[in-house]
Design a binder for this molecule. Structure first.
Ligand SMILES: Cc1ncc(COP(=O)(O)O)c(C=O)c1O
Length: 405
């Protein structure tokens, strides 16, 4: 029964303050560079635009035609590849994780592979990056880190505690709505070498122009985010539309997987960047608090027999926009979600399908065999790590999961 005035958002996002409109001391680019410990950062209008600029930059200096993407990722990733006139090659994941299966990657990568996109999903760094790096190097392919959901996550000792996104050739982050730091829609690009950074800058100058209409829309949306991203506001802009989509049985729309092949690439205004630069100052503390909350709740979830919590066991420092949980089967997952998803408790799904199972993408992929990613999508649900999820909310979720797992 839904009688809630409050609603828990599906991910942990940083709220904006009215003071964020005051002039920031440092630009968003340089604040992010300090935060990530990189020489520079480049702002684009979305994570998808950032990946597109990266691929277009790499394509200029190579005749290679394919880009390897994970079989469990955001539909915007293959869309960016296709937009660039390149061919996405889908590679399966390791069982019960979002990470590449190294054997499947060996079979997918070849001399035509321009780049491999490695995903750090849900704030978790890909723990087998060392292996992937080796494979990519052997084939002379670039490695792009998709840290769209992982701004602030860090590798462990193996990679000198570097920020996720800054180890490989190019990395990108999303500043989209629902992410830790948001300017409603935005992307960040980083690159290891100055030659790549120069190529990214030049490609952006060629493709990202001023677009008054798109930018005005984003400014209005960002003001809306400031006004409504609160426990009593989120129901109106997120909860009610979500429940309408669920009632109509439209899961793809319910999670926002209804991506389009046409997407904007334009410059981001100084006004939105200024908001982002001010909000960024609050991000480290916010992430720390989110980590503490998630770790405590993961310990509770781990006590539920039959349920797998997707989390790291090594010395990486992950961020937790949500907690990804695998149920024993798709039927059990669906039964639990039937009780939970409508309730405004912050429980739902991440990506509805493995990437080759989206009808609108199917024709762009060669026949691919991705049983692990399909299983990961079929058994998975996410539990928000929002600061607004109270103990009583979490207890209610635990009880329902216990009943079904
Ligand atoms: C893993 C992943 N990659 C890429 C993107 C695209 O980022 P954006 O929505 O900012 O275009 C997203 C979006 O959520 C994502 O989750």
């Amino acid at each position: 029964m839904i009688n809630r005035l409050r609603e828990v958002p599906p991910t942990a996002g940083l709220t904006l303050s009215c003071k964020d409109v005051l002039p920031s001391k440092k630009s968003l680019e340089s604040s992010l560079a300090s935060f990530l410990n990189t020489p520079t950062t480049q702002i684009e209008c979305s994570g998808t635009a950032a990946l597109t600029i990266a691929l277009l930059a790499l394509k200029k200096s190579s005749a290679r035609q394919t880009v390897i993407i994970s079989a469990y990722t955001c539909p915007w990733v293959p869309i960016a590849v296709i937009y660039c006139g390149l061919t996405p090659v889908v590679c399966d994941t390791k069982k019960n994780t979002f990470e590449y299966c190294p054997d499947a990657l060996v079979k997918s990568i070849n001399q035509d592979t321009l780049a491999v996109v490695v995903t750090h999903l849900g704030g978790h760094v890909a723990s087998n990056l060392g292996e992937i790096l080796k494979l990519a190097k052997q084939q002379g392919s670039y490695l792009i880190e998709d840290a769209a959901q992982s701004l602030g996550a860090r590798f462990g000792k193996q990679f000198n505690y570097k920020a996720a996104g800054t180890v490989c050739d190019i990395g990108f982050y999303s500043l989209g709505v629902g992410k830790g730091l948001t300017i409603f829609a935005g992307g960040v690009l980083v690159a290891k070498d100055e030659s790549l950074r120069k190529a990214l800058r030049e490609t952006s100058t060629e493709h990202a122009h001023n677009n008054l209409l798109s930018e005005t829309k984003r400014i209005i949306e960002l003001v809306g985010y400031y006004l409504f991203y609160r426990p009593l506001g989120i129901k109106w802009v997120f909860g009610l539309p979500l429940r309408r989509h669920l009632l109509q049985g439209n899961m793809i729309k319910a999670v926002g997987d209804d991506c389009a092949f046409k997407f904007p690439i334009h410059k981001v205004s100084a006004w939105r960047k200024n908001i982002g630069a001010n909000a960024l100052a609050r991000l480290p503390i916010f992430l720390k608090q989110s980590q503490i909350q998630a770790q405590q709740r993961i310990q509770q979830l781990k006590k539920i027999k039959g349920l797998i919590v997707v989390c790291q066991t090594n010395d990486h420092v992950d961020t937790y926009p949500f907690i990804y949980v695998l149920m024993p089967s798709e039927q059990v997952r669906d039964a639990a979600l039937k009780s939970l998803w409508q309730q405004g408790l912050g429980v739902g799904r991440l990506f509805i399908h493995a990437i080759s199972d989206y009808d609108y993408l199917k024709s762009h992929f060669q026949q691919s065999n991705t049983p692990n990613a399909q299983d990961f999508a079929a058994r998975g649900l996410i539990i928000s790590n929002s600061q607004w999820m109270r103990e009583q909310d979490f207890l209610q979720i635990q009880q329902i999961l216990l009943q079904y797992a």
